[in-house]
Design a protein around this ligand. Sequence first.
Ligand code: ISL
Length: 531
Amino acid sequence: MVADRSRRRPTWWPGATGYEVYLRSFADSDGDGVGDLPGLTGRLHHLAELGVDFLWVTPFYGSPMADWGYDVADHCSVDPTFGTLDDFDELVERAHALDLRVVVDLVPNHTSDQHPWFLSARADPEGDHRDRYIWRDPAPDGGPPNNWISHFGGSAWTLDEASGQYHLHLFLPEQPDLNWRHPAVVEEFDRILRFWLERGVDGFRIDMAGTLFKDRDLRSNPQVADWDPAQPIWEQWQAFEHRHDVLQPESLDIFRRWRAIVDDHDGYLMGETFELDPHGMARLLPGDGLHGGFWFAPMHIRWRADAIRRVLVEPTALLGDRLVWATGSHDIARAPTRLGADAAGRQRTLALNVLLAGLPGVLVLYQGEELGLVDGDVPEGAGLDPVGATDGAAGRDGCRTPMPWSQGPANGFTTGAPWLRSAERQPEETAAHQVGRRESWFGHYQRLLAVRRQVPDEPVDWIDGGEGPVVAYRRGVMHVAANTSDEASAIEVDADVTLEFATPGVALGEQALLLPPRAAAIWTTTGDEPA
Ligand code: ISL
């Protein structure tokens, strides 16, 4: 068991940088083609060298893997594919020795349909476990009880022939939604949190934090456009106003309850809060529940200065330290792919990360982002994401391909056959090529994270006047700017400027900083007092 680190350094997360480890694809230690906990432990030095403060590890719990671990059958175990509980303890111990904190995933919206509770609930409609999930009789026409749809497309209800009732699932039918109005569910998650905290974890990323509670009467959502289960998933989602299925205020009581539990262990709670309106985010994060929430809007913008300002300025003012910034994850095409799929896409992603790195809040990099990776190339028909099976374009395989550690077979990820097939990466995309090279993507991100530690805790003052291609702000003596344009631009600076961080080609001119296309810089001005 790992030593208890509680209360050693209270509130460690403000300004922290995290790193999302998509465990299946990070590093495989035993040659079965699937990344595992010992593999991750063996690569912790990569994260320490990059300079992150914590890692968030995607689910490694006992699971039939219908949604690659987000269908949990046993919350307090390690699936044999990923190792053992001893391997987990070893990971935590080694991470802490390197001053890296460990945040694990908590999946409270649903369980696997192979969870003992659901097996019992399905087998015995009169039994104790039935009400821990959400069952309803069919609508009068025999169809689903209401018009809610799954995030993965199609109705959110599946009929259980034996009992004649439907069960609710906001994701796959194999991921039945829990009934958070049942006290046993609430108590079970208290127990799960304590179990992992006692094993030394430093916090939780809460999967689908905004959907725990549903409308008590399960009212249908207002429909705002035509809906057809054959439509792309995102169009299906937008066909409804999601008034009754997500973001119900009762979830806040659960967050407060969890906060009381983690506070005893100096633990951090960051929610997966899919809410694209900053005011809606602020309602989810009143300050006494989750410490922070992922702000997903930057993942859904077109690359234009006004769009970038829109997703940075107001949320920063409203939420500050409660924001969790990220440009990518295991659920969406990698940022360099979305923003250009070439050198320009990588430069834009770095420029965006420079802007995020100076703002209040936590910043999370997705594995491989530090190598400038674009999506992996998965051969036609080799995709394994259940979302891709129903809507090819929405499939999440491209961002989930194995980490390229080195040149050669499977890019050093495994000695076996990788679980997800993809084209080999170029030598210069690998960690072996980039680590230690100042001008590599890894070198840029490493220096950026070092400068991020120096950002003063001062208010954010936007200095770009809200126009033009250069997005810029200052915090005390520290200034941050990114040129969003594909043309060179300049920004006026004082005479006594020290460049703290700059992407290639940035130059100091006569009282101006010259920014090549898509460049970014951070500088301090010595004689300068905050306005
Ligand atoms: O990926 C999406 C659409 O293709 C998102 O809607 C995503 O499903 C949503 O952000 C929730 O994601 C989380 O919960 C899911 C799991 O599949 C994702 O991997 C996880 O990050 C269900 O547990």
